[in-house]
Write a protein that binds this ligand. Structure first.
Ligand SMILES: [Zn+2]
Ligand SMILES: [Zn+2]
Length: 124
């Protein structure tokens, strides 16, 4: 097995090149960092690539020669911010991504989306 290279980037442009001898599309993908790669010929991924990938964060698999053999759209990490505590029945505010808990729940070792373990959780 030859080593594959994985490259992450944001697509700034796609350009349709001449079809392969077998009539399959070829593409030149340009990334926001200014680099570009051609698709490897006769790959099924070439039928999927199109203008819809422009502006998307993608992960591409390259041959050692720098030809693209696979492309997948990377889903950006969920944004961190203020959100309700993930602990069930807790109305405190937590800071972080989904599943974050308020510090009292962190202290009480609550599990996200489970019953609250805090002693004061359910009142007197
Ligand atoms: Zn909480
Ligand atoms: Zn809790």
């Amino acid at each position: 097995m030859s080593k594959v290279i994985v490259k992450d980037g944001i697509v700034s442009n796609v350009e349709r090149l001449n079809n392969s001898m077998l009539g399959n599309p070829n593409w030149l993908i340009t990334f926001e960092d200014g680099t570009s790669n051609r698709t490897s010929v006769n790959r099924s991924i070439s039928h999927w690539i199109g203008s819809h990938v422009v502006g998307k964060a993608v992960s591409v698999v390259l041959t050692p020669a720098g030809r693209i053999t696979d492309v997948s759209v990377v889903h950006k990490a969920p944004e961190s911010g203020y959100r309700p505590c993930a602990c069930r029945d807790c109305f405190e505010t937590a800071i972080g991504v989904a599943g974050a808990m308020c510090w009292e729940c962190e202290e009480a070792e609550c599990e996200p989306f489970e019953d609250c373990q805090r002693e004061d959780a359910y009142g007197e």
